[in-house]
Ligand binder design. Structure first.
Ligand code: KAL
Length: 255
């Protein structure tokens, strides 16, 4: 696929294992120009180092803390001024307090619920609001979700509730922005070892279950997810919006 002439914003690269980095590698290979947002300056050094692995010259890195509307607004204003408009945004951001990712969901605190839903679900609305002003014709948004938003899973807890809200945000945003010709979709990835999953004790068991029970009998990697993100951001997906595409070796179809 040729994406030369297209510009995409990637939010959520923390390190080389990030799913957002898988999308960056895929989009770069297809010739797209990339802009990155980082949570804070401490992530800049890591990203600068990673960027040397890409073929294209992607020098715009903007700070963006999605817990602040002002930060999101300023980030997209700066990106708009420096690029003259972008063709899409990948949102790959989620957070829940560690304490709430084990034990029962009935122990979730009011504050922990707020934080998880704010960073993992509300943030997409804020990104939509402030990015639509700089989206080129036919532009689109893609976010990352997980099966734990559709089914109850041990330990995922409040993140499952946040992903359910995120999935609903995708549908409502698709309707809202569809009037302007913009599309909004999600990719539901199978389990992949990342910074996010590194804190999960049972992760090995989860990966093994996929190897045994998923139709493809193997796990997926960041590049496979990234290729699907690239497809959804591209004009090849011009008729797809409000959709959740599972890139999970087919695991979600199993009873
Ligand atoms: C069923 C699965 C395993 C259960 C567990 C939890 C997964 C939680 C995802 C959530 C986004 C992780 C965190 O928020 C971790 C956070 O408490 C600590 N990490 C950090 O502070 C780092 C340094 C920063 C940058 O934050 C993040 N978010 O990295 C789910 C598995 C099988 C699939 C996964 C991992 C799904 C998912 O949503 O990521």
């Amino acid at each position: 696929m040729d994406l030369s002439g297209k510009t995409y914003v990637i939010m959520g690269v923390a390190n080389k294992r990030s799913i957002a980095w898988g999308a960056a590698r895929a989009l770069d290979k297809m010739g797209a120009k990339l802009v990155f947002t980082i949570l804070g300056e401490r992530f800049r050094k890591e990203l600068d180092k990673l960027l040397q692995e890409l073929e294209g010259d992607h020098d715009l890195i903007v700070e963006c803390d999605v817990s602040s509307d002002e930060s999101v607004e300023n980030a997209f204003k700066e990106i708009g001024e420096k690029t003259g408009g972008v063709d899409g945004v990948m949102h790959a951001i989620a957070f829940a307090n560690k304490d709430e990712l084990k034990g029962g969901i009935s122990d979730t605190t009011r504050e922990g619920f707020k934080v998880a839903l704010d960073i993992s679900a509300y943030s997409l609305l804020s990104v939509a609001k402030h990015s639509k002003a700089i989206l080129n014709e036919g532009g689109s948004l893609v976010t990352m979700t997980y099966l734990g938003g559709e089914r109850a899973m041990p330990n995922y807890n409040v993140m499952g509730v946040a992903k359910a809200a995120l999935d609903a945000n995708v549908r409502y945003l698709a309707y809202d922005l569809g009037e302007s010709g913009f599309r909004v979709n999600a990719v539901s990835a199978g389990p992949i070892r990342t910074l996010s999953s590194s804190a999960v004790g049972e992760f090995k068991t989860i990966l093994k279950e996929i190897e045994q029970r998923a139709p493809l009998r193997r796990n997926v990697d960041q590049l496979e997810v990234g290729n699907t993100v690239a497809f959804l951001l591209s004009d090849l997906a011009s008729g797809i919006t409000g959709e959740v595409v599972h890139v999970d070796s087919g695991y979600h179809i199993m009873a």
